[in-house]
Design a protein around this ligand. Sequence first.
Ligand SMILES: [Zn+2]
Length: 265
Amino acid sequence: MKHSGTLLKMQTQLQEEVQYHLPVGEELVYLNELIGQTIKLTYENEIYCIKCGRKTVKSFNQGFCYPCFRDAPEAADWIIHPEKSQAHLGIEDRDLEYEKSVQLQPHVVYLSLTSGIKVGVTRHTQVPTRWIDQGASQAIKLAETPNRYLAGMIEVSLKQHLDDKTNWQQMLKNLQPNIDLIAERDKVAMLVNEAYNEYLLPKSEIVHMNFPVLHYPVKVKSIGFEKVPEYEGKLVGIKGQYLMFENGIVLNIRKYAGFVVSVEV
Ligand SMILES: [Zn+2]
């Protein structure tokens, strides 16, 4: 069967095994049942901006055309740097209404195990999606705040003690230290500036993510549609937003949001 259309990042559900659907145009391709099978991906040499829908020759920041990357509130700095959020002060960055709608809602500061242990921030509605997307095998909530700014400030205060980045090769090889996240949460809670103590969640529980992977690679080789417009191979697993094929070949689907691709299964 062949599906063609614009790709978006994979949709996920946390079940006993994480469930993945790949949006291809109007269709949702269920991927878990394709693991162990050969699939063929062909880039049709067109990209459409995920925000405005215009055709673009290049994708910026995982799916935007250049004008949207430059101007759209969805591509602003405070997305990556929550501590730069200013909607709680009524200060506009690119679009105050949008910024209020996203920033002024409950946010979670969490610890997750991806390659090592890392600290991160997300809207509470994005739990556990955010954890699945980053390929975390486990995660635990550290704090919940009423807005994005406060969560960002807690994260910043912990950056000198913890990573905030994932080493994606290590994540895909499933190499991570054996860490007790409950003990770690208790330890990290002591490091949070006491001005934020009221937001700590001392009784939160570990959430486990079990990814559909037949076998993890020893070495990882990333491919992309720019250099490899056509790829056919046996799908051996999915972790985070990566498809994993035989011989350690991996494809970061998120990077190709907006690309027109056909998927043959
Ligand atoms: Zn655009």
